[in-house]
Design a protein around this ligand. Structure first.
Ligand code: FE
Ligand code: FE
Ligand code: ZN
Length: 283
């Protein structure tokens, strides 16, 4: 079954139930969300009654909670020495919340070295990951990044370095992001070559999620500006080929494309993806 969904809203009132309703309204078979505002540490207590209702609704709609993804807040930067303690502490709390919701995977931006240099940054991330994964039931998925500013995790080799040096290999995985890969210099028209390299260096089994986004910018631009499916430099057909790649069949594909005049484009984009046809124009 095609596992396609989008980023959805999780609010303190309806929590996982609201997120599930959102996903179903877009015709999704999976989804991703933040457990609170990604730019601050304010978090509501998880209401288990809402979680149970959400699980029932998921079952009724053939959504497998094991394939649902949480995205870590982006204020967490494991690469920065000065902020490492805060990041580890907050990440541990987030992982507990995710576990309480019954979710298996959390996507994390590896971090930005903020001028400390790539090696220091990467080693800080390893230190942080070893600390948080020690007693985590949730698997952290390192996202491939565009290379904006001092971002790390912008190449297969950097992701490999992080995985190779992490103690808890059964609790670590990868989230590919098509916009980020394009912006960091990988040609999305040669996606199978990229998968070959991933397989040889790390192993395809580590890939647990794919963010499907078009890009506003050309390859190697290091910008990270997402575009709606079919409106960017990657293009509709190339993204369809990635979504339907045989080697990635059971992996959840998540849209993080921009809203159009305050409205989510996901229902139309998901329908186009299911049809493999650029039928609904979202703008
Ligand atoms: Fe992300
Ligand atoms: Fe992403
Ligand atoms: Zn992005």
């Amino acid at each position: 079954m095609l596992l396609i969904g989008s980023h959805v809203n999780y609010n303190s009132k309806e929590q996982l139930l609201g997120a599930t309703k959102d996903a179903i309204s877009f015709g999704s078979t999976t989804f991703m969300f933040y457990t609170g505002a990604p730019q601050n540490t304010v978090r509501s207590n998880i209401d288990d009654t809402l979680t149970e209702k959400a699980k029932v609704l998921m079952k009724e709609n053939n959504i497998d909670i094991e394939k649902v993804i949480v995205h870590a807040p982006y204020i967490i930067n494991l690469a920065n020495t000065e902020k490492l303690d805060f990041a580890v502490d907050f990440l541990k709390k987030e992982l507990k919340r995710v576990d309480k919701l019954g979710i298996k995977y959390m996507v994390l931006h590896p971090g930005s070295h903020v001028g400390l240099g790539r090696e220091v940054g990467l080693n800080n991330i390893v230190t942080g990951l070893n600390e948080v994964l020690k007693d985590s039931n949730v698997t952290i998925l390192l996202e491939t990044m565009a290379g904006k500013g001092t971002e790390l995790g912008t190449s297969i080799d950097e992701i490999k370095y992080l995985i190779d040096n992490t103690k808890y290999k059964d609790k670590i995985g990868i989230c590919l992001d098509t916009c980020h890969l394009n912006d960091s210099g990988y040609d999305m028209n040669k996606f199978d070559e990229l998968l070959d390299e991933f397989d040889k260096k790390i192993g395809l089994d580590y890939i647990k999620c794919i963010h499907i986004n078009d890009s506003k910018n050309p390859i190697s631009s290091h910008k990270d500006r997402h575009e709606n499916i079919g409106y960017g430099t990657i293009g509709f057909d190339t993204l369809i080929n990635i979504i339907y790649n045989k080697r990635l069949e059971d992996i959840p594909k998540i849209l993080e494309t921009p809203y159009i005049e305050k409205n989510p484009p996901y229902k139309e984009e998901i329908e186009n993806i299911k049809l493999k046809e650029f039928k609904n124009k979202v703008k």
